[in-house]
Design a protein around this ligand. Structure first.
Ligand code: G3P
Ligand code: CA
Length: 309
């Protein structure tokens, strides 16, 4: 199994070498990497997404006890790792395992666990969690070896909780972006967050100059003042359900100068009125005119965009 996996992993790297750069204005954002196929937020998922032609690769960010940014979606380690088997005595009173209770060295002893049925085998224990820096190094390394310019799309998750725990979450984030050359309006990065307060802090306190995306739940979209969002962000990342309910959200955002990148398109979970996820993506991309979308299956969205209207 391990040998098969390694072979597949390197085949995708090889495929990336022959994947021509794309010049479409609409972008494929690999949601937690190619998370529909292999454990989310692993180097394998990021490399696979790269090989499948993603334009941007997403990293959700947590932080360890020793102040290292790590790629993970949830507030806790429970769903996506074997932490309960490895450190049974470290759960908090609520029965959960928090990343800021573990050093990076401890985090690196964990193995990732698939949580979505019918995806990568749950029993497989092949992959480790990765740091934000490792994710960047992978993307930048592949950019160098392929000649492409794929970007990163980090999400600041629970920033306030980490800062309240005394951890330098935002400072470390901004220092990391700068260390890897992500500065200025043309940087190949979108920084995303559901909290407008955090995005405004990045802009005002940390002088963040890279493109930022205001994430929005379905309820947030209804109340959004797009002109106000445009004072600090370059785009919105709405729940796609809000656009399905009212496609004029897209033109309202465009009129304010904002890009629209909704989440999340999945080949194994799409509304029953569509015959497949490609049909759903086509409607959003070419009828509703979104500028790109988050997807667990970046190969599918790549094909839809490249086929055109
Ligand atoms: O970041 C866009 C989308 O990923 C937001 O939802 O919960 O998957 O982070 P979530
Ligand atoms: Ca996210």
């Amino acid at each position: 199994m391990q040998r098969y996996f390694q072979t597949a992993f390197f085949l995708f790297i090889a495929a990336a070498l022959f994947c021509a750069p794309t010049f479409s204005e609409k972008i494929v954002i690999a949601h937690r990497g190619a998370s529909g196929y292999v454990n989310e937020h692993t180097l394998a998922a990021y490399a696979m997404a790269y090989g499948m032609g993603a334009d941007y690769i997403e990293q959700d960010l947590g932080m360890t006890k020793d102040g290292v940014l790590i790629c993970m979606h949830d507030r806790t380690l429970d769903r996506t790792s074997n932490v309960a088997d490895m450190f049974p005595e470290r759960k908090r009173e609520d029965g959960k395992y928090y990343p800021e209770d573990f050093t990076l060295e401890e985090i690196k002893t964990l193995r990732c666990v698939e949580s979505v049925p019918k995806r990568f085998p749950r029993e497989a224990r092949l992959l480790q969690m990765v740091t934000f820096e490792e994710a960047i190094q992978l993307v930048q390394g592949l950019n160098r070896s392929t000649g492409r310019t794929v970007g990163i799309y980090p999400e600041l998750k629970d920033a306030a909780a980490y800062e309240n725990a005394g951890l330098p979450y935002l400072k470390t984030f901004m220092e990391t972006l700068a260390r890897y050359g992500y500065e200025g309006a043309d940087a190949t990065v979108y920084v995303q967050c559901f909290s407008s307060g955090i995005l405004k802090r990045l802009k005002e306190e940390y002088k963040c100059s890279v493109p930022m995306i205001q994430l929005m739940s379905s309820d947030m979209v209804e109340e959004a003042d797009m002109k106000e969002v445009a004072t600090y962000a370059q785009g919105i990342g709405p729940d796609k359900k809000a656009i399905a309910r009212d496609p004029s959200v897209v033109s309202r955002a465009h009129e304010a100068g904002l890009k629209v990148h909704p989440y999340t398109f999945r080949s194994d979970a799409f509304p029953s009125k569509f015959k497949d996820a490609a049909e759903e993506m086509h409607l959003f991309l070419f009828e509703y005119d979104i500028d790109g979308g988050f997807t667990d299956h970046p190969d599918v969205m790549r094909r839809v965009i490249d086929a055109g209207n």
